[in-house]
Design a binder for this molecule. Sequence first.
Ligand code: NAD
Ligand code: AHE
Ligand code: ZN
Ligand code: ZN
Length: 369
Amino acid sequence: MKTRAAVAFEAGKPLEVVEVDLDGPKSGEVLVEMKATGICHTDEFTLSGADPEGAFPAILGHEGAGIVVEVGPDVKDLKVGDHVIPLYTPECRECEYCLNPKTNLCQKIRTTQGQGVMPDGTSRFSYKGKPILHYMGCSTFSNYSVLPEISLAKVRSDAPFDKICYIGCGVTTGLGAVMFTAKVEPNSTAVVFGLGGIGLNVLQGLRMVGARQIIGVDMNPAKEAMARQFGMTDFVNPNDIKGDLTGHLVELTGGGADYSFECIGNTNVMRTALECCHKGWGESIIIGVAPAGAEIATRPFQLVTGRSWRGSAFGGARGRTDVPKIVDMYMEGRIDIDSLITHTMPLDDINKGFDLMHSGESIRSVVLY
Ligand code: NAD
Ligand code: AHE
Ligand code: ZN
Ligand code: ZN
């Protein structure tokens, strides 16, 4: 079939909306009509050329929601008409990783997914007879996309696509980092670095679990108002701090934070995030994705004295199990997604979504098909 898609032909160039060819689903695969997709900072990261796994031409996008329109042979748990959210972290429920409760990082198809192809090693997309690569197993910047069944969470059919697409990455990453990765206890103190599409969801996760002090750090003062609406109790703009930011945060938390979350992808900030944690027990969670070649540093003494450094991918969530529950949380009014979707646009204007991210004007832009 033909489908309209925003294609990343080259790193650092705007996307081009063209009609591409899409082959039907093979064994274990599903054809999805995408109804909406968010634009995450990670799409921008890959498009910029900073992603070691970035390969072109490709159809980016990993924060979608849509409807199953065709199932391939051997598909067990999905049928035509099901509403689904694509999962860049699949859940096969049988690999060594899925069977270990310590991780959500299903590895069943990770190698081929990272190469931009389906599990059989080929792409379903092509343009003018040449293959176009998939991205993060999702390619939600295409009106129609083919995904493995294990990369789709079935969700309730009364949830609005234009809001729940954000659960495909940002919402789950932020809430999950608090609930699944850090398992933050009530009455904790926390510092959140970067109050964008991820950090604001960390804030609402912290409020939900009953953290008592929630400090937000961002260089953009325009982020303060929205962050307060999402549970931030104190705002720190590093540019306003004379002297050492780490020391300031340690003082503000009365000795160091119980938890910190880095939601930027800046390795210098990652160091501050670790070192502002409380001696003896403070945990720092890295969420931000740093460019190829970047490395983190600290004095090992920081770890020897009881701080720990951890990372979180997709908030530690197991997609097919946890994503439908997060959709329920939204439908029950327990989390706010609507306020975070600051801009919507048709596919033809997708590059405006990237411009709004660069200028810091948007939290989330959502493309409506
Ligand atoms: P965003 O652009 O919406 O937000 C980033 C925020 O950081 C902005 O508000 C910006 O003003 C602020 N900022 C930038 N530099 C700063 C600095 N030095 N000090 C303080 N604030 C600073 O991005 P996002 O969509 O929220 O994504 C954040 C990061 O999380 C990205 O690196 C993205 O790739 C990553 N991410 C990771 C996962 C995961 O599973 N680990 C999932 C989604 C996104
Ligand atoms: N491809 C990059 C790493 C990118 C990365 O860390 N991705 C996160 C999700 S970001 C979503 O917005 C992730 O899930 N990582 C785990 C994984 O298996 O990719 C690189 O550095 O090579
Ligand atoms: Zn993302
Ligand atoms: Zn698995």
